[in-house]
Design a protein around this ligand. Structure first.
Ligand code: ZN
Length: 209
């Protein structure tokens, strides 16, 4: 099998979202350029935006709390949507924590209007002419959420500059990415999910069609 021919990388700036059209067989490589950035990731059917990538349905069939290379990830209607075909990071990606949203930042004492992954998801789809009222539970790339027994901890990332994952689309979809804008220092109830300096950073992605 020949290596996929990725196009030039596109920067996704810190704190922003985008929706990328992918057809079956297309691949996308997402690179954690600076190593510290969590990327909230969703897939939405191009034919019906009410069909979305579902962590709950995926865990049921893969048997994995954290996705691993070779996993096929399902929609909320059990349609295979994405295959994880490459992952340079030996750690884990989170599937259980909700994305950040206006109410989280209000709870943390931020002024109204703080950028957030929920609004990034909705806005990215709106740019493609798709309407969403809310954001499904995302796949949180590189988000470090150790689970021990009945304890769930949200903490600083272990990923490294240049770590990357590659997904292959299994149906016609929009892949939605958000460079998580979390920048609230620990001590106010927040967790340093984007690194100890709490500074959101850009990432890069490239598509092979
Ligand atoms: Zn976020």
């Amino acid at each position: 099998m020949t290596a996929p021919d990725f196009g030039p990388p596109t920067e996704l700036p810190a704190r922003t979202g985008t929706a990328i059209r992918m057809r079956p067989g297309d691949r996308i490589r997402i690179t954690n350029t600076h190593g510290s950035q969590v990327v909230d990731t969703w897939a939405v059917s191009a034919n019906d935006p009410s069909e979305v990538l579902s962590m709950e349905h995926t865990r049921r069939v893969t048997g994995h709390l954290h996705p691993v290379t070779g996993d096929h990830m399902l929609s909320n209607r059990r349609t295979p949507m994405l295959a994880l075909v490459e992952d340079s990071f030996p750690g884990t990606h989170d599937t259980i924590v909700a994305c950040c949203d206006p109410w989280l930042y209000a709870h943390l004492g931020c002024a109204p209007g703080h950028a957030n992954c929920r609004d990034n998801f909705i806005a990215a789809l709106a740019e493609q002419g798709l309407h969403a009222d809310t954001a499904p539970n995302p796949l949180n790339l590189w988000m470090n959420v150790p689970v021990e027994g009945n304890s769930v901890t949200v903490t600083a990332p272990l990923s490294r500059p240049g770590d990357h994952v590659t997904f292959r689309a299994l149906c016609d979809l929009f892949l939605v990415l958000s460079t998580c804008p979390m920048d609230v220092p620990p001590g106010s109830g927040a967790a340093p999910i984007n690194g100890a300096d709490c500074t959101p950073m850009p990432v890069h992605y490239a598509v092979a069609r």
